[in-house]
Design a binder for this molecule. Structure first.
Ligand code: ADP
Ligand code: ZN
Ligand code: ZN
Length: 680
């Protein structure tokens, strides 16, 4: 018998998280790292990836189990890809095996070698695209303006990540297209990341139109498993030259990767919020830097982290300050709600001047967008007789009243029930909705603006297949006068007839316990403003309205001046003074249990363990804003250090101890760490 060798294989199993999910197996032959295999684990076969030969030609010991199968038809995953996984696993404190397998298409984890070989062969038959530079030269494209041309030249010469800071409609996408063209001409692949699936079709269309002879694939969670496998394989085999996707696409295997674009880099959707809580934006920067290829971060309102990096010179900042075609940004109008007469006669729908401005638009055949970040009809239903409120029995939250289907719905656990005919506590028949959501605003506007076509766009109205595209189509076709919706409205859409955007009630974010809430609000309002006046002919009379009880808040002053820089400077000053990111590094330890006591006790013990590690501050455990979800109590504890490196070292030393600690807390369901948490 020939001597077998020992291979270290990445497998997805939390049980072996202490070794990072890297287990040793015996193999008849040496296999290159990155090879997909199947391995026995307990009584089952699991997918795995050869991570390395544990030692140089170490002979396998007798106890080692042999590999179950080798999927040799798939070219091995590149060193570069495995380094990305190694880095991300270490940085976000996850097992290598868990992360490596979790980011592969689910179907790839199940497939056997024979069907895989057939698929690979079929995909390999496609004519390879980027063989000649001529292919990459598009037939039609606009002449770059001076700002764009300067930016493109600087990108070509850049030796660090590039922040492309440009107002909405300033031609950032055109710069991405040109940068991609340069990459394609060199026979390289380009990866383009967008924050949300909803934003992919528009961008996909622009890339497809520009590069008709290059294969482009998308990678996001909206694909069927079969599509996702196919697209992933086309990228991995180097057949697809362009990959466009949401955060998970940052892990696409691309052997000729030559450019990474992160559009709307400030968007919180780039942060994965469960499992391995990674930031696709940050990983994109790391990956590109490691490969020595360009990474473009584009935004009108960069994250303060990115902005600070640019100020320090770590990133190259390139600015596009003018809208294409000379359009001006809309005039920002603040409505001081404290000065409206409090007649109390009827619930005020909108401030009278705003309502008048909308009516004017309707008369001119223009459109208005109204932003209200709360879906449903009313956030809570209330009994005036006994004080009953529509709380969720399983969560520390109210159930939202949805009038369209007459339900009470918990937006946290999903519990949905018919609206009770009478108060469950006292039998009173008169239950009243408190506050308002998008459904109610739509209803109120329809009553106030007779004959106007008032539509609504939110997660509820766009639930069905194709519903979103259909509703957007109606807006584009001019079949809607007033569109009410959640922040979904603000993102990306190129509505040509919109000349008024209004934020109906944005103040709550100003005083949130989450220190990032104002930053997000500012970005949202700037982005919303960018929806108005996209047609340069109408830009002059475009307006962004904000109803506020705090008209002198500096955030609104900066919005009025369209001055991102002033806002960023003020915010960074506050963050620096308070010792918050980007001037400190944070991690959040979360615990979930059936009772608050168990969750708190676990975090207390974890905190005691942390005392052994210097250089970090561990704050007392606190409940998150919604503490109980689906009968699970949640507590969290913040860990902070002025130094990212110190925090990393501390976490690496601290967390393994928590695995053991867990066993001592009966009733603890889960714990997890969130490095660089976004929502606090
Ligand atoms: P952004 O991504 O910054 O919002 P876009 O790249 O989408 O901006 O550009 C806005 C509009 O202007 C698009 O319709 C685009 O086709 C057009 N455009 C961009 N650059 C130019 C240019 N140099 N000349 C003419 N039109 C352009
Ligand atoms: Zn009652
Ligand atoms: Zn609930």
């Amino acid at each position: 018998m020939t001597e077998s060798v020992l291979l270290s294989v990445a497998v997805e199993t939390p049980r072996y998280s202490s070794v990072g999910g890297l287990l040793d197996y015996a193999s008849e032959q040496t296999l290159p790292p990155g090879t997909l295999v199947r391995v026995p684990l307990g009584r089952r076969d699991m997918p795995g990836i050869v991570w390395q030969r544990s030692a140089d030609a170490a002979p396998a010991t007798a106890e080692l189990r042999p590999l179950a199968a080798v999927l040799s038809s798939l070219p091995p995953l590149a060193d570069e890809w495995r380094e990305l996984i190694d880095f991300a696993a270490a940085y976000y404190q996850r097992g290598v095996g868990e992360l490596a397998l979790a980011v592969l298409p689910p179907d790839l984890r199940k497939i056997d070698d024979t069907p895989l070989a057939r698929r690979v062969a079929r995909l390999q038959q496609r004519p390879a695209a980027a063989d000649t530079a001529a292919l990459a030269t598009p037939s039609e494209r606009p002449e770059l303006n001076a700002e764009q041309a300067a930016a493109l030249a600087a990108i070509g010469a850049a030796d660090k990540p590039v922040l492309l800071h440009g107002v909405t409609g300033s031609g950032k996408t055109e710069v991405y297209l040109r940068a991609a063209e340069a990459a394609l001409q060199q026979g390289r692949q380009a990866l383009v990341l967008v924050p949300e699936i909803n934003l992919t079709p528009q961008l996909e269309a622009r890339f497809a139109e520009r590069f008709p002879r290059h294969l482009m694939v998308s990678l996001h969670s909206g694909l069927t498993p079969a599509q996702r496998l196919r697209h992933w394989l086309l990228a991995h085999l180097g057949r697809a030259d362009l990959v466009l996707g949401t955060r998970l696409a940052v892990f696409a295997s691309m052997p000729r990767l030559g450019l990474v674009v992160v559009d709307e880099e400030h968007d919180p959707s780039f942060k994965q919020q469960e499992g391995a809580r990674y930031s696709a934006r940050d990983l994109a920067v790391w990956r590109a830097h490691r490969l020595g290829v360009t990474v473009l971060l584009g935004s009108a309102t960069p994250s303060l982290e990115t902005w600070q990096r640019a100020l320090e010179g770590g990133y190259l900042r390139l600015a596009l300050e003018r809208r294409i075609g000379g359009g001006v940004m809309p005039t920002v109008k603040l409505v001081d709600m404290t000065r409206l007469p409090r007649d109390g006669a009827q619930e005020r729908v909108l401030a009278p001047p705003l309502l008048a401005a909308i009516s004017e638009r309707i008369a001119r055949g223009e459109q208005s967008l109204l932003l209200l970040n709360r879906r449903g009809y009313a956030p809570v239903l209330h009994c005036g007789a006994c004080g009953w409120k529509s709380g969720c029995p399983h969560c520390s939250a109210w159930r939202v009243f949805h009038k369209a289907d007459r339900t009470l719905r918990c937006h946290h656990c999903g519990l949905t029930e018919r609206v009770p005919r009478a108060c469950p506590d006292c039998g009173n028949l008169d239950l009243a909705p408190l506050g308002r959501g998008t459904e109610k605003l739509q209803e109120q506007l329809a009553a106030l603006l007779p004959g106007a076509r008032v539509a609504r766009l939110d997660a509820d109205s766009t639930r069905g297949e194709g519903a979103l595209q259909q509703q957007l189509g109606a807006v584009h076709a001019g079949e809607v006068d007033v569109l009410v919706g959640t922040q979904m409205l603000a993102k990306g859409h190129d509505f040509r007839r919109v000349t008024l955007v209004a934020a109906v009630n944005p103040d709550t974010a100003l005083f949130s316990s989450d220190f990032r809430a104002p930053e997000r609000l500012f970005a949202l309002l700037m982005q919303a403003a960018g929806r108005a006046g996209r047609d340069a002919a109408q830009a002059e009379r475009s307006e962004m309205w904000v109803q506020t009880w705090h008209p002198r808040h500096p955030l609104y002053a900066a919005l009025k001046a369209h001055d991102y820089e002033a806002y960023a400077t003020a915010q960074l000053g506050e963050r620096r003074a308070a010792g918050l990111p980007p001037f400190a590094s944070l991690a959040l330890l979360r615990a979930e249990a059936r009772t608050v006591e168990v969750a708190r006790a676990f975090l207390h013990d974890a905190s005691s363990l942390a005392a052994a590690h210097a250089g970090v501050t561990v704050y007392p455990p606190v409940p998150p804003p919604v503490a109980k979800v689906a009968d699970v109590e949640r507590m969290q504890m913040l860990v902070e250090s002025p130094s990212r490196r110190v925090l990393q070292r501390m976490l690496a030393a601290w967390l393994p101890g928590l695995h053991e600690l867990r066993a001592r807390h009966k009733g603890l369901l889960r714990w997890a760490v969130d490095v660089d948490p976004l929502a606090i």
